[in-house]
Design a protein around this ligand. Structure first.
Ligand code: SAM
Ligand code: DTB
Ligand code: SF4
Length: 327
């Protein structure tokens, strides 16, 4: 499928469409490219928590902010394996391993992560990792260990990036995404809304993602979880309507991508989430914890699935070749 190149103006116009018209358009695009009601359920696990040298203004794991997050060194492979068993028993098809690292280093910790990937992949779960910056060689090692996808968010627009993070730049992010691609992994990249950014910043972020070739197979849209102790602690919650607009716009601009309704669901009503699913979200993180912050209880989500008639997607339902088969 040939991807249309949207301009920033096109995307802004889509974003500003009257809400119901926007949702209805997005739902139409979703129906053409995805199975309505099928939702990928991912489980998140923080394998190395806190103490991160970066200064991402939203992040409770940055060492320089006084937050309640307790630093924890890299977990053991056995412990991670048990968590994967529990996630699988709960119906997850994907497990995402997160580490509060600036970048991956070629050391024993990385060997341990490769072992974790092999172990989880051996259980028939898709494994995703988010470990900070990686080189092409490191990405290849992860691919060889059986990693399915690598998450590396661009978070906001290029113009706004330096006001959120000063310890790395936009190009660092894009070159890791490029390394991940070259290693043959699928790419998961999105961002956060609710950090005080303008609509143009949201659009700028989608514009950058939409120009990647292939476009990311998965685009997480996070609503900021404002954590005490971070520079973002006093941000007011993002209106659900902005989340719906953002998801619908992502869906229209990147029709085949899986749009993930990521962080922030705890503050959203079931009705609000239903609108997000209607607008094209088809993936969530389930389990009562994201990396360090709370997420809805598993049973509560299953109740939502029942009420909305959603069903969890099976692992490996679309192989990477099939998903990335467009330029
Ligand atoms: N350290 C690695 C990195 O930055 O790529 C991986 C872990 S980092 C926690 C993964 C992503 O979580 C960030 O890029 C950001 O989009 C998201 N995130 C972190 N804190 C968040 C918050 N308070 N609210 C919403 N999303 C958040
Ligand atoms: C993504 O886009 N969101 C997830 C996952 N990728 C790694 C992380 C959300 C983290 C929310 C804050 C926390 O729990 O620490
Ligand atoms: Fe570190 Fe990632 Fe948090 Fe930034 S988002 S402080 S890189 S853990």
């Amino acid at each position: 499928m040939n991807m249309k190149n949207y301009t920033k103006e096109d995307i802004l116009e889509i974003y500003n469409t009257p809400l119901l018209e926007l949702v209805s358009r997005a739902a139409e695009v979703h129906k053409q490219h995805h199975t309505i009601g099928e939702v990928q359920v991912s489980s998140l696990l923080s394998i190395k928590t806190g103490g991160c040298p970066e200064d991402c203004a939203y992040c409770p794991q940055a060492a320089r902010y006084q937050t309640e997050v307790k630093v924890h060194k890299l977990m053991g492979v056995d412990e991670v394996s048990k968590c994967a068993d529990n996630a699988k028993a709960g119906g997850a098809s994907r497990m995402c391993l997160g580490a509060a690292w600036r970048e991956v280093r070629d050391n024993r910790d990385f060997d341990k992560v490769l072992d974790m990937v092999k172990t989880i992949n051996g259980k028939g779960l898709e494994v995703c990792a988010t470990l900070g910056m990686v080189t092409e060689e490191q990405a290849k090692k992860l691919a060889d260990a059986g990693l399915y996808a690598y998450n590396h968010n661009i978070d906001t627009s290029e113009e706004n990036y330096n006001s959120i993070i000063s310890t790395r730049n936009y190009d660092d992010r894009l070159s890791t995404i490029n390394n991940v691609r070259k290693a043959g992994l699928t790419v998961c990249s999105g961002g956060i809304i609710g950090m005080g950014e303008s609509a143009e910043d949201r659009i700028g972020m989608l514009y950058t993602l939409s120009l990647l070739r292939p476009v990311p197979e998965s685009v997480p849209i996070n609503a900021l979880v404002a954590v005490e102790g971070t520079p973002m602690e006093n941000q007011s919650p993002v209106p659900i309507w902005d989340m719906v607009r953002m998801i619908a716009t992502t869906r229209i601009v990147m029709p085949t991508t899986t749009v993930r309704l990521s962080a922030g669901r705890l503050s959203m009503s079931m009705e609000g989430q239903a609108l997000c699913f209607l607008a094209g979200a088809s993936s969530i993180f389930a389990g009562d914890k994201l990396l360090t912050t709370p997420n809805p209880e598993f049973n509560q989500d299953m109740e939502m699935f029942k009420i909305l008639g959603l069903s969890p997607k099976k692992a490996f339902a679309g192989k990477p070749e099939e998903i990335s088969n467009y330029v």
